[in-house]
Design a protein around this ligand. Structure first.
Ligand SMILES: NC(=O)c1ccc[n+]([C@@H]2O[C@H](COP(=O)([O-])OP(=O)(O)OC[C@H]3O[C@@H](n4cnc5c(N)ncnc54)[C@H](OP(=O)(O)O)[C@@H]3O)[C@@H](O)[C@H]2O)c1
Length: 311
């Protein structure tokens, strides 16, 4: 039986992946978490090399997907040691243990390995990260490549999908400010939304589907190695995302103001559009339209008093 280990199965992407893999009748899936470990999720701190090695020895998976990471740019900027431990060293520990067992590793990375000045970016374009998060993820990519040839990096852009908290995704984290702008008094200031950076919001169930297809390739002896990328294809700024969210939430008059110059404390790239053609050429991929997918998210996790969620 084909066995997959998902590390970080309690996170935004990991949960969608665990849900997708659970639909595979002939596969065995073993999932781990850290703070949110529980009955279904084995506790594993991926910063602990020995614990990682023991877990992989004991479970003997055919493939390991690394969805555990520190993915908040501001946290990485302020705590580079934590970023390094999770995004670089832990990837190396997993790759070393997996290589000893002959398991394939799929390690998730980000479009922030690019500086965003020359999109679109092919998988073999030269990375040039602008911030500590991007640098740590690029070093993690290199740690995987240095340790094993039997592995793949999958770069992804801004993710959204089923949430357990508004702050889990940079897409849904806009909702409280949008709602406040709609429900405020005449004196309430409009919500200011970035209209400078171009993002390609990508739905986690679509990414999970893509990863499942990549695992199928491996299961039939055609593992995809090196670097691959997957992205939604609807460009939008956070301001445009907020307009669509306001419409989906049916909150009435959301008052949003576009901000045309970057104001982030942590430098962020302008447009890191990822070229997905390497996977598309293999027949891999699925894209749900943003307006459809975001409504699915909001139905499952409605804003209090939100008409879209209550219908
Ligand atoms: N979110 C995005 O917009 C985005 C965009 C591009 C790429 N990515 C990449 O996609 C991957 C998944 O991101 P995500 O958004 O799903 O992240 P997330 O929601 O923040 O989840 C992080 C996961 O890492 C686990 N984790 C944290 N510390 C750990 C430790 N010491 N040992 C073991 N596990 C630990 C967490 O477990 P507990 O919660 O149980 O502690 C959780 O399962 C990451 O590689 C990220 O860089 C994300």
């Amino acid at each position: 039986m084909f066995k997959v280990a998902v590390l970080g199965a309690s996170g935004l992407l990991g949960r969608a992946l665990a849900d997708e893999l659970a639909l595979q009748p002939d596969w065995q899936v073993v999932s781990t978490a850290f703070r949110r470990a529980g009955s279904q999720l084995i506790a594993l701190d991926i910063r602990d090399a020995q614990a990682v090695a023991q877990f992989i020895e004991r479970e003997a998976p055919d493939a390991v997907v690394v969805a555990a990471a520190e993915r908040r740019p501001d946290v990485c900027e302020h705590d580079p040691a934590l970023a390094r431990a999770l995004n670089v060293d832990a990837v190396r520990y997993v790759a070393q243990a997996a290589a000893r067992r002959g398991a394939w590793v799929l390690s998730i990375s980000t479009d922030y390995v690019f500086d965003g000045s020359q999109p679109p970016y092919r998988y073999d374009a030269r990375p040039s990260p602008l911030n500590a998060y991007g640098r740590s993820k690029l070093d993690g990519e290199r740690a995987l490549a240095e340790t094993t040839a039997f592995g793949c990096v999958l770069r992804l852009p801004l993710l959204y999908g089923p949430i357990v908290d508004w702050t889990e995704s940079a897409v849904t984290s806009l909702v409280p400010a949008i709602a406040a702008s709609a429900h405020g008094t005449a004196d309430t200031k409009p919500a200011v939304m970035d209209a400078w950076a171009i993002r390609y919001p990508t739905f986690t169930p679509d990414v999970a589907f893509v990863i499942r297809q990549m695992l199928e390739h491996h299961a039939r002896g055609e593992a995809i190695n090196g670097i691959a990328q997957w992205s939604g294809e609807e460009p939008m700024t956070k301001y445009e995302i907020a307009l669509r969210l306001a419409e989906a939430l049916q909150l009435g008059e959301a008052r949003l103001t576009p901000q045309y110059t970057p104001t982030d404390a942590t430098p962020r790239p302008h447009n890191c559009h990822l070229d997905s053609s390497r996977l598309e050429a293999l027949g891999i991929g699925r894209r749900t339209r943003f307006d459809t997918a975001i409504r699915e998210v909001l139905v499952k996790f409605p804003w209090p008093g939100d008409a879209a969620g209550s219908s």
